[in-house]
Every structure is written in C-alpha cells, then in structure tokens.
Design a protein around this ligand. Sequence first.
Ligand code: SIN
Ligand code: MN
Length: 237
Amino acid sequence: MAKSQALNLGIDGLRLYRGYLDREAQAAMVAQIRQVCAAAPPFTPRMPKSGRPFSVRMTNCGVLGWVSDENGYRYQATHPETGQAWPPLPQALARIWGEIADYPCVPEACLINFYRASAKMGLHQDRDERDFAAPVVSLSLGDSCLFRVGGMRRSDPTRSFRLDSGDVVVLGGAARLAFHGVDRIYPGTSTLLTEAGFSEAGSGLGRPKGTGRINLTMRRVTTPDTVAAEPALNGRS
Ligand code: SIN
Ligand code: MN
C-alpha cells in the first residue's frame, strides 16, 4: 500500500506522493545508491550533436540504462565508460514501482540524476521508451527542487511546484508524455545526503560535501510482448 495519499495537482495522469519515503527509508535508499555508484560510476552525459555537457551527472541501475552523447539519446545494457552491465535495480525501488505504477512488469531502467546546487534540467519529454502504457515513477532525495510540468507540446502552459526529499511523482496516462524539467535546486534544504555520509567522490554533487539532489526515475523501456521471459512483478502490497 502506498505510504501517503496521492495528490492530484489538476494535471490528468500526474500523481504526487508527498513524503512517500520516511527519513529512515530515504537514508537506506541513499546507501543503495552509493552501492550502485561504486559499480557504475556517475558520468557526465553530453548533448546529441553538439556534445555540450549536461549540468547533471548520471548513472543507472536495471537491465537497461539511459545515456546521451554525440550519437543521441538511447537505452543500452552497459555503462558508456566502463562497458560493464548496469547494477541490478535495488529491491526497495522495485517495491515502490510495485506499489504505485499499476503496471504488470518490473521497470527495466532506473536513471539516477545527481544535481549540484547550480544544476537544472530543461523542459523535455521522456520518449525514448517503446512502451508509453507504463508510467514514469520518480523519487526525489536530498535538497528540494522546483519541478516544472506542462502539456504534450513544448509551448503548452506549465506550472511548477516544489519537490522535497522522499516525494514520489508518477507521470502516467495523459501525463506520460508531458513536458517536464527542473528549474532549480534549493541548496541546503535537506541534510539527508550529508548525514548519510554520501561521498562526493564520483557523485558529482557540489560542495559542501553531501549537498545536492538525487532523482531516481524508473521506466519501462520495451513492451511486455517483446520480452517474453520477463517475470511479472510479485510482492505488490
Ligand atoms: C528527469 O526528468 O530525468 C529528472 C526529473 C527530476 O530530476 O525530478
Ligand atoms: Mn524526464
């Protein structure tokens, strides 16, 4: 069962669960992310064509990971720098998906974004997946941010709201292809990463040590019929 009531913000298909993870669960998740980073070090993605670096750093867990470089945006089974398979999706993340995604298969990809104080993410759609029937489920940890969401067209009106550590956003249904982005980080609004001893090494988070924001975005990439052997997600609660 979801640990908090979904808020309907007036955007069809967008659900916001404030404080979905309590502090203890957030700290446990940070420990899991640290393990993912040890196996799959955060890297700086680059814009297609121009090669301009993103202001966020990224890594992934799951069978597929999202990467971006001069050759474009794509999902791939291996880390772009180490060539190794991505680490498996931690059980705690699969559980969140099982509780709220309302989708019969496990997520294949979890993109982990690391935002320093000055990092942001421009308005974009998540549309590199083949299966738009599955929602995008996104967990925020650490410093708060101003999250912006609009409609199906870049020019549609947008609205913004603050996301705090432990909040979960679901973009599903009519909002699955909604434009969204991160306008700004509010540095120093959370002590989670400092207290969890999240090392700056490799994370790309800014000084002082441990400040910044981590966002985890779980996605289904292929359609269920393309991966016949995919086990249905058990343990829904
Ligand atoms: C993303 O759209 O990839 C990240 C969104 C966020 O950081 O909340
Ligand atoms: Mn996105």
